[in-house]
Design a protein around this ligand. Structure first.
Ligand code: HEC
Length: 140
C-alpha cells in the first residue's frame, strides 16, 4: 500500500515538473523585455539614420545629385503603394526597383543588390518617413 502511494506521488511530481517546464518554454517564446524593445528600436533607428545619410548624399550616384533634391524628406516615393505597376519599368515591381531606377537614371549610378545594406537602409528610411500611413499596394 505505501509503495503504491509513493509510486503515485512520484508520478504526479513528474507530471507537475513536465507542465512547469513546458509552461516556461512557451512563455519565454512570447515574452520580451523593455530592454529588448529598446535595443531592437535602436538598431532599427541606426539603419534609418544611415538611409537618411545616403538619401542626402551626393556620392550615392556618379553625378553629385542626391535623392533628396527631388524627394525632400522622402516626398513622393510612396513606399506604402508597392508592389505596383510602374510605367517606367512596364511591370509590377517592388519599391527597390524604383529606388534602383532613380539611382541609375537621375543619379547615373549603379543598381544596388536587394540585400545590399545600402538598399536596406534606404528602404528603412523611406518606410520610416511614411510610418502610420496604411499600406495600399497597387495604388496610383
Ligand atoms: C532629378 C529628380 C529625381 C531624383 C534626383 C530622384 N528621383 Fe526618384 N523620381 C523622380 C521622378 C520624376 C519619379 C517618377 C514619378 C512617378 O513615377 O510618379 C521618381 C520616382 C521615384 C520613386 C517611385 C515613386 C512612386 O510614387 O511610386 C521612388 C521610390 C524614387 N523615385 C526613389 C528615388 C531614389 C531612391 C532616389 C535617389 C537614388 C531618387 N528617387 C532620386 C525624380 C527623381
Amino acid at each position: 500500500m505505501r509503495k503504491r502511494t509513493l509510486t503515485i506521488s512520484v508520478g504526479l511530481l513528474a507530471v507537475v515538473c513536465a507542465l512547469v517546464f513546458v509552461n516556461i518554454r512557451v512563455s519565454r517564446a512570447d515574452e520580451f523585455t523593455k530592454e529588448d524593445l529598446d535595443r531592437w528600436n535602436a538598431e532599427y533607428m541606426s539603419v534609418v539614420k544611415q538611409g537618411r545619410e545616403l538619401w542626402t548624399s551626393g556620392t550615392l550616384g556618379t553625378n553629385g545629385v542626391a535623392c533628396a533634391q527631388c524627394h525632400p524628406n522622402g516626398a513622393n516615393t510612396h513606399p506604402e503603394t508597392y508592389p505596383k505597376f510602374q510605367q517606367q519599368l512596364g511591370r509590377v515591381v517592388p519599391l527597390r526597383d524604383m529606388i534602383n531606377w532613380c539611382l541609375q537614371n537621375p543619379l547615373e549610378g549603379k543598381a544596388l543588390e536587394a540585400n545590399d545594406p545600402k538598399m536596406v537602409a534606404i528602404e528603412a528610411y523611406l518606410s520610416y518617413e511614411r510610418r502610420g500611413v496604411p499600406i495600399d499596394p497597387g495604388k496610383h
